[in-house]
Structure formats: structure tokens, C-alpha cells
Write a protein that binds this ligand. Structure first.
Ligand code: PLP
Length: 428
């Protein structure tokens, strides 16, 4: 059977209906929103996003790695419908309901290598990050946290204190949380942390946790060598420091494994998930070893965290993603291969890297090797005009984080349009 599905641009975006909504947004919505390009969505299914003017786009970013099962997966929608007819809210912090406890059980078993685990449910990634900072300090009775240059952990105060991705996310918001020390990502942890930081800046006995994205997300889709995470594990074991993986972007099947921790074979003491967990419904989690999750009754809570409808979406999402894992590995490998072929043709592509459907394509000037920020922005706009939804990260990298239901025929279509855009664009 031939595959016919392609993006379809009928009206140059933003069309007249889109323009009306954008004008309204610009008048009333906060100016802090980024709004990458003028995409005004009406509805979306699987890999396909439709705008209000009748254009259809192929989604290669899944609403920043969130629409894991594809947009509006019928089984997820049905679970949401059934759950919403039964119960919209009762507050999981104070009372019990089945989907809450079932989801905790499910998440506590995603990484059996960590041993017995307990779960705290949140509404978002950043809430999980702030929560785990509290947990780490409370459990260890230590104050310091080690984070990484290039890291992105969210937008609340704890999270922005850990961030070192873009200064705009921190500028004029200070003072931030004290006690956060940043070291280079994918460094040699023995040289940088043990033999330098612990001697000159902070005693290891004062460090509560090392918080790391096992694959750098917003910071540029950087895949560290396995030894980086293994060495962090060794240091944490030696000094009684907690190793915390922020899997908010890399988790829930994105790498072709339920968690990047399984891909690397390195077990943290706690990990954080959100984004793809609810296929679009707001839900996240702190999952920690039972011996670590020692905060007492009443010390932490959340009114909406683990909302029954979001729990139902998450339980169904986990079933679907589990069954997709082999396909994600296969399709991801084809996507990587195709991008590597494009690299041979277009000298602006400096690097192609990825695991599963978490793929980065970095653009540098062919002669100066400087990041091509404007070029990448132009590429996003050009791809949008051709019906491909892209998103950048780092200085000048395009991140490919499509819905995990992507099939190989869709990879071919994506590569063909990308090739066209790269051929049309000039390096200045
Ligand atoms: N951590 C990582 C690795 C992320 O990529 C993000 C969001 O992009 C967050 C945390 C914050 O998640 P949220 O936007 O749900 O608060």
C-alpha cells in the first residue's frame, strides 16, 4: 500500500482566522510567552495538526515532547471520557481513589533496578523538580545541590535555580535558591566534582543531590557517554549524595525505552517524569527509592496533583507507550539514518545525534563552525510554511521529538520536506 498522507498548506499561514486569534492573544496574553511561529491550532490527531484556516501540518515536536501517544489517541480520549464522567476531583493529597493508587504502583515499577519505590504525583515537570529539591534536602539534611550547565528543569523558583540553559529564564528574577552549584554537562565527574569542587568549593557531606538530565533536552539534545552517569553514580554512592534523574523530557518511551535510565543502565535514587506521561493532560511524578522518600505526613502535598482524569490518561498512556517501544527504536534509527544522509548533502548540518525518537540535528557555519542561530530560526519558519512543525533547542539545534506513534513512511515525508527547506535556505 502506498502512503499518501502529507502536510497540506491551503492558505499561507497565518491565514485570516489565525491572524484574528493572534491579534487577540497579543492584546491580552502575557508577553513572556515565546510563540515560536504563528501556528494557531484548531484540532490534532496522531502526527497531524490542523490550523484554524484549514492547513494540515506534520508534528515533529509533539507540543514539546508531550503528545507521546499521538494527538487525541482514541483510547486515551475514551479513558479520559470515562474518568471524567465518574470523578473530576477529590484531592489525592487528602483522600483515596483507585486511579491515583494504581498509577503510583505502576510508576513505582517502571525501573525495577531501583528496588522498592514510592511516588508523589504532580501537575507538571517543574512541580516535580521543586518537590524533589525539598525531598532531597529533607531526607539528607544537607543544603547543596549540584546541577549542570545547559540544564533546563522548569520555571518555578527551585527549577530556575537549577537551570543554566538561557539567561533570559533567570534574569532579574533573583535572588534564586541558594546552594546550587553548576558544573559542565558530560564532564569527567571525578576531575570536576570530586577532585576540584569537593576540594575548593563545597564539602561532599553538605551536598544533598546531583540533579541531572540523562539526556540534555532544552540545552541541545546532548547524549552523554554512559560513563558520565556511571561516574556520577559512583560519586553519589561514595559520599551519600542522592542521584536524581530529570526524565521529564527523556522519559515515557522517548528513547525507545520507558526511561533513559534503562537505556544507559544506570539507576538513580529518584527520577522525575511529566510531559509525555498524560499524553497532554497535566501530570508528573517524583519517583524515589522507599528509603529516600522519608518526608512525613503533611510535609508536602498538591491540590490538583494526580487528578483522577489525568491519572486515567497516564495509565492508558503507559499501556500504549509500552507496546510502542520496539517501533520507537526502529523508526528512530531510520530517522537518524535519514538525517545523517542529509548531513552529507548539506554542509550546515554539523552533527546528528539521538536515541529513539529524541533526535538532535545541530547546525554550525560550515567555515567558522559558529552556531547558526538565525539560520535555525529561519529553518523553523520555512518548515512551518511547508507544513512541518519543528522546534529548536540549545544554541542552534533542531530537536526532533515527534509523537511516538510515528511510522517510517512519515519519516520519509519529513526528510523530503526538510531536504527541500535546507536546499531553499541560505547561510548568511
Ligand atoms: N525538566 C525538563 C528536562 C524539561 O524538559 C522540562 C520542560 O521542558 C521541565 C523539566 C519542566 O516541565 P514543565 O514545563 O512541565 O514544568
Amino acid at each position: 500500500m502506498t502512503y499518501h498522507r502529507r502536510p497540506e498548506i491551503k492558505v499561507a499561514p497565518p491565514g485570516p482566522l489565525a491572524q484574528k486569534i493572534i491579534a487577540q492573544d497579543q492584546q491580552y496574553a502575557s508577553p513572556s510567552y515565546i510563540k515560536e511561529y504563528p501556528l494557531v491550532v484548531s484540532h490534532a490527531h496522531e502526527m497531524w495538526v490542523h490550523d484554524v484556516d484549514g492547513n494540515c501540518y506534520m508534528d515533529l515536536m509533539a507540543g514539546i515532547a508531550v503528545a507521546s501517544t499521538g494527538h487525541c489517541h482514541p483510547q486515551v480520549v475514551e479513558s479520559i471520557r470515562q474518568a471524567s464522567e465518574k470523578l473530576l476531583h477529590i484531592c489525592g493529597t487528602d483522600f483515596y481513589y483507585e486511579s491515583f493508587s494504581s498509577l503510583c504502583e505502576r510508576l513505582a515499577n517502571l525501573l525495577p533496578g531501583m528496588g522498592s519505590q514510592k511516588v508523589f504525583l504532580t501537575n507538571s515537570g517543574t512541580e516535580a523538580v521543586d518537590g524533589v529539591i525539598k525531598l532531597a534536602r529533607h531526607h539528607t539534611k544537607r543544603a547543596y545541590l549540584i546541577a549542570f550547565k545547559g540544564a533546563f528543569h522548569g520555571r518555578t523558583y527551585g527549577a530556575i535555580s537549577l537551570n543554566a540553559s538561557k539567561t533570559v529564564q533567570k534574569s532579574f528574577f533573583g535572588p534564586l535558591l541558594p546552594g546550587v552549584i553548576h558544573v559542565p554537562y558530560a564532564c569527567n565527574p571525578f576531575e570536576v566534582i570530586e577532585q576540584d569542587l569537593f576540594i575548593h568549593q563545597v564539602a561532599p557531606q553538605e551536598v544533598a543531590a546531583i540533579i541531572v538530565e540523562p539526556i540534555l533536552g532544552e540545552g541541545g539534545y546532548v547524549i552523554p557517554p554512559t560513563s558520565f552517569l556511571q561516574d556520577l553514580r559512583t560519586i553519589c554512592d561514595k559520599y551519600g549524595i542522592l542521584l536524581i534523574f530529570d526524565e521529564i523530557q527523556s522519559g515515557i518511551g522517548r528513547t525507545g525505552h520507558m526511561l533513559a535510565a534503562s537505556y544507559f543502565g544506570v539507576m538513580p535514587d529518584a527520577f522525575l517524569i511529566a510531559k509525555g506521561l498524560g499524553s497532554g493532560l497535566p501530570i508528573g511524578a517524583i519517583v524515589a527509592r522507599t528509603e529516600v522518600m522519608t518526608w512525613p505526613r503533611g510535609s508536602h502535598g498538591s491540590t490538583f496533583g494526580g487528578n483522577p482524569v489525568a491519572c486515567a490518561a497516564a495509565l492508558k498512556t503507559l499501556d500504549i507507550v509500552q507496546s510502542l517501544l520496539p517501533q520507537i527504536q526502529e523508526v528512530g534509527a531510520l530517522f537518524l539514518q535519514g538525517l545523517r544522509a542529509l548531513k552529507k548533502k548539506h554542509s550546515v548540518i554539523a552533527d546528528v545525534r539521538g536515541v529513539g525518537l529524541m533526535i538532535g540535528c545541530e547546525f554550525l557555519h560550515p567555515l567558522t563552525k559558529q552556531p547558526l542561530k538565525q539560520y535555525v530560526s529561519n529553518l523553523e519558519q520555512q518548515a512551518f510554511r511547508h507544513g512541518l512543525l519543528l522546534l529548536s533547542c540549545g544554541q542552534s539545534t533542531i530537536r526532533f521529538a515527534p509523537p511516538l506513534v510515528m511510522i517510517k513512511e512519515e519519516v520519509d515525508v519529513a526528510l523530503e520536506i526538510l531536504d527541500l527547506c535546507l536546499t531553499q535556505l541560505r547561510v548568511e
